[in-house]
Design a protein around this ligand. Sequence first.
Ligand code: HPA
Length: 234
Amino acid sequence: MTIHIGAEPGDIAPTVLMPGDPYRAKWAAETFLQDVRCINKVRGMLGFTGNWHGHPVTIQGSGMGMPSLSIYANELIKDFDVQTLIRIGSCGGMQEHVGIRDVILAMTASTLSTPSRGIFKELNFAPCADYGLLAAAHKAAETKDVLTHVGGIYSSDVFYDERPDLNEQMVRHGILGVEMEAAELYNLAARYGRRALAVLTVSDHLITNEALPAEDREKSFGDMVEIALEAAFA
Ligand code: HPA
């Protein structure tokens, strides 16, 4: 048991998928895993462990934003010795050629700041994905009926942005999408020598202002979960 995860050490698998939304953790576990059991209910941040093709997998909600993700990822790494952490989440598209429902594999995650700022200070550390996971996810995505992009994303601290100029700079520098968690996941994975990747579904678009209709969400998010699982055990 940790402060935020009410599980015993054996309850958490070495591979953890992390959606922001705890109810999406429940949906993904019930849809894709066998022998599913709930392993965390603390603060309603649900976590589930089951099997995928015989491999143990935990799907644990991270909450929204890097401070929240950092709490769960720190405890998963330091107290439960998790080796592979894959964020599965949504993002806002930032390029014309990136469409709603497309999948983005986040090679790097730019930020204004992360919870690790306190240790990096003046240093601009470049948070990046594990290459093996990234390559395996790309291969898995090629077998699905979903357009997949690989490149840089932006992990923002705010959803309701009062600084549109920051998004403009990200767009100008080819950033594919914006979300709020990946950079700190990559920082922690680098610090503790673990594998991390963010697999993201484009749910809304900052340039076209489109948004994924509610009825399309499950199918699109399902592709992302399958890509993450196939990459984890490739
Ligand atoms: N901004 C930040 N995070 C997000 C967005 C967005 O537009 N869409 C999904 N996650």
